[in-house]
Design a binder for this molecule. Structure first.
Ligand code: DX5
Ligand code: ZN
Length: 226
């Protein structure tokens, strides 16, 4: 199974974004947490800043929208060139329509679940998305503890994926480090966001490779489809 490591620049030095992006050029994507101080109690960056990050980043962008009124704002992130845009189901009134707009622009589209939101909420619409993000902290801040009980939701998503034969990426975000990544990989996640576990070290590129190796060692090796 392909394993992806997406460092979150929420834990990077915002005054040196260009340098911080070059330190993670071995990542699969850079995870960009967009927060509006409304959907979550924290504020980061919007379209203009993310557009500059896109122009500077050596790797594709994985935008995680933690803002209200996502139907209005999300397509703009696809338009600026973000390769993946993830919506929170709790902040959209038209997830299917907005997903279609993002895909029409040419980006992948994800749907995110806060810890209190069960997979059943999106089961009927999940096939409109390329990625399911299971939050392993309450969204808003880096450096929080990994919620291991969220592995039940990851297992639900993984079971549904193998039953339906879809090719979703299953992403986990929050508290992922060299210890907790094992639980997420074993539960069936393949795409791992890590902020403090990458940028909190002296050598982010090494931290990425270390996480990748541990995740691979704990991933399921699926039988090829016949
Ligand atoms: C939290 C963000 C995460 C955060 C992860 O709301 O969505 O992406 O940056 O940071 P760590 O890995 O430190 O928990
Ligand atoms: Zn995130």
């Amino acid at each position: 199974m392909t394993v992806r490591i997406n460092p979150s620049i929420l834990s990077a030095d915002f005054a040196n974004i260009e340098r911080e992006l070059t330190r993670i050029d071995n990542a699969d994507f850079v995870h960009v947490d967009v927060m509006d101080n409304h959907f979550v109690p924290n504020l980061t960056f919007g379209l203009q800043m993310v557009s500059r990050i896109k122009a500077t980043s050596p790797v594709p962008l994985d935008v995680h929208l933690m803002i209200s009124d996502q139907d209005r704002w999300a397509p703009g992130y696809a338009e600026l060139g973000a390769e993946s845009v993830t919506l929170h189901v709790e902040a959209t009134s038209d997830p299917v329509g907005t997903a279609a707009r993002i895909r029409a622009i040419g980006s992948r589209v994800g749907i995110a679940l806060k810890p209190g939101t069960p997979f059943a909420t999106i089961e009927d619409i999940a096939h409109h998305f390329d990625q399911i993000l299971v939050m392993t902290v309450e969204p808003g801040f880096g450096g929080q503890a990994f919620m291991k009980d969220q592995m039940a939701t990851v297992r639900d998503v993984a079971a549904f994926r193998s039953k339906r034969g879809t090719d979703w990426w299953i992403q986990v975000d929050g508290g992922v480090d060299p210890t907790t990544i094992e639980f997420a990989a074993e539960a069936g996640a393949d795409t791992f966001v890590a902020g403090s576990a990458v940028y909190g070290t002296d050598n982010p590129a090494f931290a990425i490779e270390n996480l990748r190796k541990i995740a691979r060692d704990h991933s399921h090796h699926e039988e090829p489809h016949v």
